[in-house]
Ligand binder design. Structure first.
Ligand code: HSE
Length: 310
């Protein structure tokens, strides 16, 4: 039996829409991601368990595990007879790369089960394709950090899907999911199909400047360049009181605040543990809408998807 864990991720870290993403790991050592277990069987079978398995589609062909298995079997040209259990720990439509967690853990598990006929780039390519089928457009800013860990810059050129970027080790990342769902494809469809030239130029400056600041270890420059001019102006209306919450969190000592992926999770960056605790307590009291919501104080997950013990 093979058991694979794939971590949650934040796509778009204010700067780098669709091209920057980070994998996250709660500081308290708990796992925040999906787990897939695979074992041989005499027919293909999927079993859904976990806190959020009730959100999964009833029709097996709409299940991400089936889509991964089907794509993989077509590529290697044979039907793989396995039983796969998806432990769906990540809420769907949360903005924390929930579908990426399922896609990446499933494909890594199947590939390992088959003695790794596909290399990382081939696997990532299928992951991006399936992510695209689910959300409307192929994008790698969740699957790449989920797979490799750390902060990933999507290149998708010269057979190179992503590259790691150095990140600021003392940054503390807080994620708060209110307990409600926003569909990624809807959150993508409300964005303009074209942007003004000034916005394009400004975004190029912010993104290239952020990558430069990360490589040259200039923390305050990196923070000042983490501004979302592509998605936040349009998506903030999906999050009630977004601007008031942002103002409050920055006042409580955060150095950055934004929408994680397509929302409604928000992320906060702090560089002092005491501020991170105050902010996470404030978010737990004021941002969560029901018993499912959560707040986690995280570091970046530097390992990415991995095999775990039983
Ligand atoms: N970059 C993607 C978006 C991430 O913001 O639509 C989706 O999880």
């Amino acid at each position: 039996m093979i058991k694979i864990y794939a971590p949650a991720s934040i796509g778009n870290i204010n700067v780098g829409f669709d091209v920057l993403g980070v994998a996250i790991a709660p500081k308290n050592g708990s796992l925040l991601g999906d787990i897939v277990t695979i074992k041989p069987d005499n027919h293909f079978h999927v079993n859904n368990i976990g806190k959020f398995s009730f959100q999964l589609p009833k029709n097996i062909k709409n299940n991400i595990v089936w889509k991964c298995w089907n794509n993989y079997c077509k590529i290697i040209g044979k039907k793989i007879l396995v039983s796969i259990t998806l432990e769906k720990n990540m809420p769907i439509g949360s903005g924390l790369g929930s579908s990426a967690c399922s896609v990446v853990s499933t494909l890594v598990a199947i590939n390992k089960f088959c003695n790794k006929p596909l290399n990382s780039q081939q696997l990532l390519h299928i992951m991006g394709k399936i992510e695209g089928e689910i959300s409307g457009d192929p994008h790698y800013d969740n699957v790449a950090p989920c797979y490799y860990g750390g902060l990933q810059l999507i290149i998708n050129e010269n057979n190179l899907i992503s590259q790691p970027i150095p990140f600021f080790k003392k940054w503390i990342w807080i994620v708060a999911w209110p307990g409600i769902k926003i569909s990624t494809s809807i959150a993508r469809s409300i964005l303009p199909s074209q942007y003004d030239k000034k916005i394009c130029i400004k975004h190029s400056r912010l993104l290239s400047g952020f990558v430069h600041a990360s490589h040259t270890n200039q923390e305050s420059l990196a923070i000042n360049l983490m501004k979302d001019i592509i998605a936040e102006p349009y998506r903030m209306k999906l999050i009630p009181n977004f601007l008031q919450i942002k103002k409050k969190i920055l006042k409580l000592g955060a150095i950055n605040f934004g929408i994680s992926g397509s929302g409604p999770t928000i992320f906060v960056i702090c560089n002092k543990q005491k501020n991170a605790i105050i902010i996470s307590e404030w978010l737990s009291k004021n941002y969560l809408k029901n018993k499912y919501g959560f707040v986690h104080i995280c570091n970046l997950d530097t390992i990415g998807t991995r095999e775990i013990g039983e």
